[in-house]
Design a protein around this ligand. Structure first.
Ligand SMILES: *Cc1c(COP(=O)(O)O)cnc(C)c1O
Length: 360
């Protein structure tokens, strides 16, 4: 018999390949702005590192310990290397945390809307979702989250900045929050988009992990580093939990090529800095545009914008006809658009403006 929790679930609808969608729609050009990928690619050093490696020893299992990548990350974050747990993308780390920590009837608190994987894996483990609505401006409501804690609460998910709203909780607010959460409750802060935050210089809460053993911080190479295809994500956790996660983790979840790519990308911080700078400029331009158009939108600190417009589904079809794929289905009449290159952003904005005008 299939687990009853799984019978009610529906499979994740992944992105179609760009080639398939282009063929289906008869498009010459297709720019995917629906998955928050990096429009500027990745560091050129990644390709060179893979060529230097030369595709050798592929008959051997990769390093289960990912020692090289572990070393460079631990050095930069000044943490104990054993505090790092790697996954085949953050997706796997989210699954691993859920599998390790959750039992049937445990409660998991999350903001609404947020990244769907947290809820999916909680439900697979038979846990109960406790949704806390975001404020009218799309902010995660930490006070409501504290009020939602019960003796059954096992985990709290904090996506920071939050996907899909892009809103951000300050370092100080999370530090205060942690002092009020019982030590038996694991708080996971998903920092997939933390590199894009410009509102404060020290946004990450990795520095709080020595103080709070129940704090887990997640990072990925898929967004600012532009390595989504290589699937590398990691958790920064206290050593006791790290040991448990290592027990549950599949032994060879990262390939050698993924490790080599991630090391090269991590060592080219200049590439990430330049992407972050351009994204911040384009984001400010986007938010101005949305405000001038009189649309409702959330204050994004990430590499995407989230806004409400009548006929959003229809607009997304129009954008696709012009070769731009954006994300629908995250809220009625809301669209999430990844920040792309300046020229593409202007074309999309022109189409949105004309679409809105045509509705009057
Ligand atoms: C994209 C994304 C991830 C998944 O990242 P991968 O490392 O590519 O699996 C995790 N969390 C959030 C909030 C994301 O948007």
């Amino acid at each position: 018999m299939v687990k009853s929790a799984i019978k009610q679930l529906t499979p994740y609808v992944p992105e179609q390949t760009l080639a398939a969608l282009k063929a289906q729609r008869g498009l010459d050009k297709l720019v995917r702005l629906s998955a928050n990928e990096n429009a500027w690619g990745t560091s050129p050093k990644v390709k060179q590192a893979i060529l230097d490696w030369g595709i050798t020893d592929v008959n051997r299992y990769p390093d289960s310990n990912v020692a090289q990548l572990r070393g460079v990350i631990a050095d930069r974050l000044t943490i104990d290397p054993e505090q790092l747990v790697f996954g085949d993308g953050l997706d796997e780390v989210i699954q691993l945390l859920s599998r390790t920590l959750l039992s049937p009837d445990d409660e998991v608190i999350l903001t609404q809307p947020t990244f769907s994987e947290y809820g999916l894996h909680a439900e697979i483990e038979g846990a109960k979702l406790v949704n806390v609505a975001a404020t009218d401006t799309g902010e995660t409501d930490l006070n409501d989250m504290l009020r939602a804690i019960t003796p059954k609460t096992q985990m709290i998910w904090l996506c920071n900045p939050n996907n899909p709203t892009g809103t951000y909780v300050t370092h100080q607010a999370i530090a205060d929050f942690m002092t009020q959460v019982p030590a038996t409750v694991t708080v996971v802060v998903d920092e997939a988009y933390i590199d894009f935050v410009t509102a404060e210089s020290q946004a990450s809460v990795i520095d709080l992990t020595p103080q709070f053993e129940n704090l887990v911080v997640l990072r990925t190479f898929s967004k600012a580093y532009g390595l989504a295809n290589f699937r590398v994500g990691y958790a920064v956790v206290a050593k006791p939990l790290a040991r448990l996660l290592q027990t549950v983790r599949l032994p060879y979840n990262l390939s050698t090529v993924a490790e080599i790519a991630a090391v090269a990308a991590y060592q080219d911080q200049a590439f990430v800095d330049s992407v972050v700078k351009t994204v911040a400029q384009e984001r400010a331009q986007w938010l101005n545009f949305l405000a001038e158009l009189g649309l409702q939108f959330d204050a994004s600190q990430a590499n995407f914008v989230f806004f409400k417009i009548n006929g959003a589904k229809q607009l997304s079809e129009l954008l696709l006809d012009h070769g731009y794929l954006v994300r629908t289905g995250l809220g009625e009449n809301w669209l999430r658009v990844t920040i792309g290159k300046p020229a593409d952003n202007l074309v999309i904005q022109g189409l949105i403006k004309a679409f809105k005008k045509g509705q009057k």
